[in-house]
Design a protein around this ligand. Structure first.
Ligand SMILES: *Cc1c(COP(=O)(O)O)cnc(C)c1O
Length: 367
């Protein structure tokens, strides 16, 4: 037998796909000791009495059993509480990240016939990663400098590449803006029977705008959401609605029991107390307004409109700002290297008034 390192490298070359070997990892910085404003988490927890009640429910969960495979109760609560149209059901994912992967896998043709997954860029990074790992080709179509959709470019790219799946984040991450709804409809209609549009509404609790109610108008539209940004990032639950026949196809790709019993119990509990989470979203929206106003008053800072629980802004030197903020123990996202439209841009999650003020103070000192 050869030395350990040599044989493992050869093993990897012989077995692991080339595109996987060449891919970078999804990097998540260690945030202990930091004010964490990089991942669009809700800073608020559930009130103590609700946490105690949830603790009891979790203690009673049957950890020795597989989850109830149909997830009927959880699905009913989602449909009833979150505006899913009558006659429509939901598909559940271990986060919406898993739903992205399920859809990419379901459409990807293999061999010489790879399907195309498309999104306006800059976009949420998991669209490209999941498409690649599923074996589909990814085509990004640049948005305009004001972050709006370049509709003629999208329609031309649809003609050329015939995508099976088009992701439109509404509002978009990392830019924060809502695309024009009529532009989105034009894309849905242009695709018709040839492609599926995913309205990714991860930030719907803050944006309040949605395509959910319009599902019956468009058989090739699906709406994907998550409980993560609303305040339950830790439990990992995403949901997707769309035409029942189409959902049934995606359902075949979903790993059985992908939502675990602790998530199921916690989500059912949270959905019974949606008012608490909605109130937190309201507070965050009020802080988004305050933070945007105060940021816009800073010299050399350009603030972009946001309908989400984060704000993207352009600063004179993003690398310098991020480094100085890190020294002050404030973690934000540097968008500079992500896309040429985002030169010197940073993204900050809207948090509590105290944390937002700490960010503002540190930012002012770093400019
Ligand atoms: C955060 C985010 C997601 C992922 O959400 P999870 O449910 O936590 O996996 C999906 N889409 C967009 C646009 C996001 O910003």
């Amino acid at each position: 037998m050869t030395s350990g390192t040599t044989s493992i490298d050869k093993l990897i070359t012989n077995t692991i796909r080339e595109d996987v070997r060449n891919a970078g990892s999804y990097v998540v910085p260690d945030a202990s000791g930091y004010i964490k404003l990089d991942a669009m988490e809700n800073p608020y927890e559930l009130p103590d009495e609700l946490r105690a009640e949830l603790g009891q429910r979790l203690a009673d969960a049957a950890l020795n059993r597989y989850p109830v495979a149909s997830y009927t109760t959880l699905k009913q609560k989602i449909c009833a509480g979150l505006g899913v149209p009558a006659g429509y059901d939901v598909l559940l994912g271990n986060g919406s990240d898993e739903l992205i992967s399920i859809m990419a896998t379901a459409v990807a043709k293999q061999g010489g016939q790879r399907a195309v997954v498309m999104a306006p860029t800059p976009a949420f990074v998991m669209f490209a990663r999941s498409a690649g790992f599923a074996g589909a080709d990814y085509v990004g179509v640049p948005i305009k400098a004001d972050f709006s959709l370049d509709l003629p470019a999208m329609l031309a790219a649809i003609q050329t590449h015939k995508p099976a799946l088009v992701f439109l984040a509404y509002p978009n991450n990392p830019t924060g803006n809502l695309f024009d709804a009529e532009d989105m409809v034009a894309i849905i209609e242009a695709l018709g029977e040839t492609g599926i549009v995913v309205a990714d509404e991860a930030y719907q609790p803050f944006a309040k705008k949605s395509f959910m109610g319009r599902l019956p108008e468009f058989p090739n539209l699906v709406v994907m959401r998550t409980l993560s940004k609303l305040g339950l990032a830790g439990i990992r639950l995403g949901y997707l609605s769309g035409d029942p026949k189409l959902l049934a196809e995606f359902e075949k790709v979903r790993p059985p029991y992908n939502v675990n019993v602790l998530t199921q119990v916690a989500a059912e509990f949270a959905l019974d107390h949606l008012d608490v989470l909605d109130q937190q979203a309201e507070m965050l929206n009020a802080e988004r307004t305050r933070l945007s106003t105060e940021l816009a008053a800073l010299p050399g800072v350009e603030v972009f409109p946001s309908a989400a629980n984060f704000i993207s802004l352009r600063v004179p030197d993003a690398d310098q700002v991020c480094a100085r903020l890190r020294d002050e123990k404030v973690l934000i996202k540097n968008l500079s290297k992500m896309d040429k439209l985002l030169a010197n841009c940073i993204r900050v999650t809207v948090s509590t008034p105290e944390e937002n003020t700490a960010f503002l103070t540190a930012l002012k000192a770093s400019l």
